[in-house]
Write a protein that binds this ligand. Structure first.
Ligand SMILES: CC(C)(COP(=O)(O)OP(=O)(O)OC[C@H]1O[C@@H](n2cnc3c(N)ncnc32)[C@H](O)[C@@H]1OP(=O)(O)O)[C@@H](O)C(=O)NCCC(=O)NCCS
Length: 213
């Protein structure tokens, strides 16, 4: 495998947004956002990339995006940014789905995600929004590189603690977070009633996570 570069992007071409959306669809095939289609997903990621309350890291190999990590400084504010800037793409995609319970559940989850995930425990506003690596490129250290660059970026912005919510079945992600020093602080019911684990990661001033401090 050729060398992989981790880059923070402040804007993205349509081709890059399509790559990011495709990675999202591959890692969350049955998710609500995935069900809205490529155009709506691209709009969501365009909003995240442009939001002053979020940042986006991509892993590039020969200019191909093989992984990304989207992180918020405040998930509530990013949700608002997405709604304000992407409603033109999201509304028709939602309406095309018809009035099905799954659709309303998905919308409710988008709007209440943060509150629900924190119902049992108070957690920091900054949070990993999504994080995935191309299934064909996993196990080569790209996820770890993305996570460590995220920690450095949060440190540069003065953020000292972040929340990570991940599906109870995402064992690879959990091992990675725990290795970087994340503490499991609770459980939450998100994603269609399935269980998720809630972690808090403490970030040192010099940009190392607790595990390396
Ligand atoms: C979680 C995820 C992003 C990890 O990406 P990744 O690139 O495979 O991560 P890494 O390669 O850094 O680490 C994964 C494993 O490979 C190992 N590894 C790292 N570098 C390696 C190398 N050079 N050679 C062999 N193995 C290596 C790590 O030790 C780790 O092993 P372990 O989990 O058994 O301890 C990826 O599995 C994924 O996209 N999952 C689906 C989406 C998801 O769950 N996202 C998180 C939701 S919040």
């Amino acid at each position: 495998m050729g060398s992989v570069e981790i880059v923070r992007i402040g804007q993205a071409t349509e081709d890059r947004l399509r790559e990011i959306s495709d990675l999202h669809r591959a890692s969350i095939p049955s998710g609500f956002l995935t069900s809205l289609g490529q155009a709506a997903l691209s709009a969501v990621y365009r909003a995240i990339i442009r939001s002053p309350h979020a940042f986006m890291l991509v892993a590039l190999q020969d200019d191909r995006c093989v992984g990304f990590l989207a992180a918020s400084l405040s998930t509530r504010r990013v949700q608002l940014d997405i709604m304000v800037t992407s409603w033109r793409q999201l509304a028709p995609a939602v309406l095309r789905q018809g009035v099905r319970p799954r659709v309303w559940l998905g919308i409710a989850e988008l709007l209440t995600y943060t509150a629900k995930s924190r119902q049992r425990v108070a957690t920091p506003a900054a949070e990993i929004l999504n994080f995935c690596v191309d299934p064909l490129c996993r196990g080569a250290g790209i996820g770890g590189e993305l996570l460590r660059e995220m920690v450095r970026e949060y440190a540069r912005r003065g953020t000292r603690e972040i929340t990570i919510v991940t599906g109870a079945g995402q064992r690879e992600a959990q091992r990675l977070y725990e290795r970087e020093g994340a503490r499991r602080v609770g459980e939450a019911t998100v994603h269609d009633g399935s269980s998720s684990f809630v972690y808090v990661l403490t970030i040192a001033e010099d940009g190392s996570s607790q595990a390396h401090a």
